[in-house]
Design a protein around this ligand. Structure first.
Ligand code: MN
Length: 156
């Protein structure tokens, strides 16, 4: 079976000691490079097609890990599957556990952080055709570091 272009109708789920896995779904690096994230893996569960132009990814943050602080025009629809952590969306910081739902609207700053003693795994839906994430400018970063709610949470 050609897993990339013609996936099996059913790809089975396998919880492992090092994280959630699925048949024929490779574990990838989160982003090619950068110091603005920590201990994140990425798995593409559904690539998206012309008929269903949505990509479904599974991200897993190791304990203490965090995703990039970013924003972009495309939204995210997130479904938490594993562990425990907190999420920032806009100016809201909230705890998340399975099976919470997180909606990230267009251009909202967002960041996911695993608890110090637990991983955080979540499914994230995005459009296949999407803009690149933007990180804060130096002026935006200075304002964020002074924000009463965000300053203690964000990892830039
Ligand atoms: Mn994002």
């Amino acid at each position: 079976m050609d897993a990339e272009n013609n996936p099996a109708p059913v790809r089975r789920f396998h919880p492992t000691a090092s994280g959630f896995r699925w048949d024929d779904v490779p574990v990838k690096v989160y982003k090619p490079e950068g110091a603005h994230f920590r201990d994140v893996t990425r798995q593409v569960l559904f690539e998206g097609t012309a008929e269903l132009p949505t990509q479904v990814r599974y991200f897993e943050l190791a304990p203490g890990g965090h995703s990039t602080f970013e924003r972009h025009e495309h939204p995210h629809a997130v479904f938490v599957l594993r562990g425990r952590g907190r999420v920032l969306v806009g100016e809201t910081v909230a705890p998340v556990t399975p099976f919470d739902l997180v909606h990230v609207p267009p251009m909202a700053w967002h960041q996911f952080r695993a608890a110090s003693d637990a991983p955080l795994g979540f499914v994230c839906l995005v459009p296949c055709d999407r803009d690149r994430p933007m990180r804060p400018t130096p002026d935006e970063a200075a304002a964020l570091r002074a924000h009463p709610v965000l300053r203690d949470f964000i990892r830039l």
